[in-house]
Design a protein around this ligand. Sequence first.
Ligand SMILES: Nc1nc2c(c(=O)[nH]1)N[C@H]1C(S)=C(S)[C@@H](COP(=O)(O)O)O[C@H]1N2
Ligand SMILES: [Mo]
Length: 507
Amino acid sequence: MDVEFPLWLRTTHLLNFLLLGILIRSGWEILASLPRLWWRNDAKPGTEWLRFTRQKLPTEEGVYTSLMDERSMSPLLALPGRENIGLGRHWHGLGVMLWVLNGLVYVVLLFATGLWKRIIPTSWDIFPQAWESFKIYAGFGTPALEYFQPYDALQMLTYTAVVFVLAPLMILTGLAMAPAIRSRFPWYVKIFGGPQVARSLHFICHALFAIFIIMHVGLVFLVHPEYNLPHMILGIEANEPQYYAQGFTVALLTIVVVIAILIGLSYWSLADRPRAQRFLVAVTEPARKVFLNWMRSRMSTQKVFTEKDLSEYHWTNGLPPTEDESPQWLQHRENKWADWRLEVGGELNETTIELSLDELKEMPKQQYIAVHSCMQGWTATSKWAGVKLQDVLALLGPRPEHANYVLIESHGLAQVMYDNRPREPFYAVIPLRDVYEDDTILAYERNDKPLDDHLGAPLRLRVESNHGYKMVKWVRKISWVADYEHIGDGRGGTREDSAMQAFNGRI
Ligand SMILES: Nc1nc2c(c(=O)[nH]1)N[C@H]1C(S)=C(S)[C@@H](COP(=O)(O)O)O[C@H]1N2
Ligand SMILES: [Mo]
């Protein structure tokens, strides 16, 4: 048996089953946070090609938020379920890392042991042979046992397609969705025809994977199970009923255990969400560091996106402050921002300075066209203009010795708190590497016009190498801080606190 189904093959196969379960279930959580798909370069309401919600979208901007569009899925189906996009993305990130690693081990061993010959066809005869098999299956029959060596032609073709076409496509379209990669290699996103096309393709490949898994598992129990099950699982080549019963039981039990583990992960996550977040951030951080965190946005220098790509529609996340939330902001708006000031300073600086909008506009202007990606899945391409965050901070003098982060505070409040506490003022903490990116700006213009109220007037942050949740709107104050443990829940931002996203997530 060790020749036909060696231990490494059975192990990587079982792990693959578990990891695909994690990926599909957390993928559903991510999809449920914006249950719509598009083929265009923006996510304009009414132009979806597929949606999983009955909710009708207003076509007017700035009255509806993407958070309102999030749908709750049962923890039986989604990982973790119940509107937890941040944790869903973490699970997806961990799932991807392990799945790619497992896949590499499998492919390397497949070639090293020569077993690749069993699944990769080497003769054109495979096509007529597969067609014969297909006709038999289509008539609800099964090809005779001697056609399986150990796989038949149709199986070989399908396995080759899944391992060498579908899986790589999944990885390639998935990469196009990481904000760090989008901003560092904008041309890569363009190859697909835009971020929403990549997202739709990712969804379609996932659907093919799901169909494959169902058929694959189903056929194991339908096609010569009395021979195959003992053979594959017990390594016994005998047509005896007791081995069939054993093989059948072990196969079924394995499936039940894997499904139980998958559902268990949901309930484990939901039982203590901060714990799940801490665990997932810790185990995924090393890979984020190696693969994503060093990437700097090049939106302003590469100019891959042009005026032609500007989106018709821009989603909103977070509505402008109301009278209850910030009478101050409303007052400033009333006065056309004439007496609005940006506060710059904080605990590490002796002085605080105040800047008017005009003073900010007199500073060197940074302008570029970039794709905004919300972690929920919508995107929009806009031309942003403003002043580099590092330039504003430089007005305070050299960086204070213990300054490791910049805290950005808003006039607006969090949309929700995960534990339903009163909503805290919206804030984000930005690590040094993001602070010093040329594409990290305090923007006062979008598409050559002053910012609309719902997009953060008069000033909002842009950090192109990360998701939208870092890009504080209605900025009130910026300051150097040594650490963020004492701010909010100590996770580095409102969306990290309330949506359980990773600090500097980038996945
Ligand atoms: N003050 C404030 N800023 C915020 C938010 C918010 O709720 N409040 N939402 C963030 C999220 S999750 C996203 S995706 C972007 C959305 O920006 P937009 O509303 O301009 O499209 O704003 C970010 N900045
Ligand atoms: Mo977002």
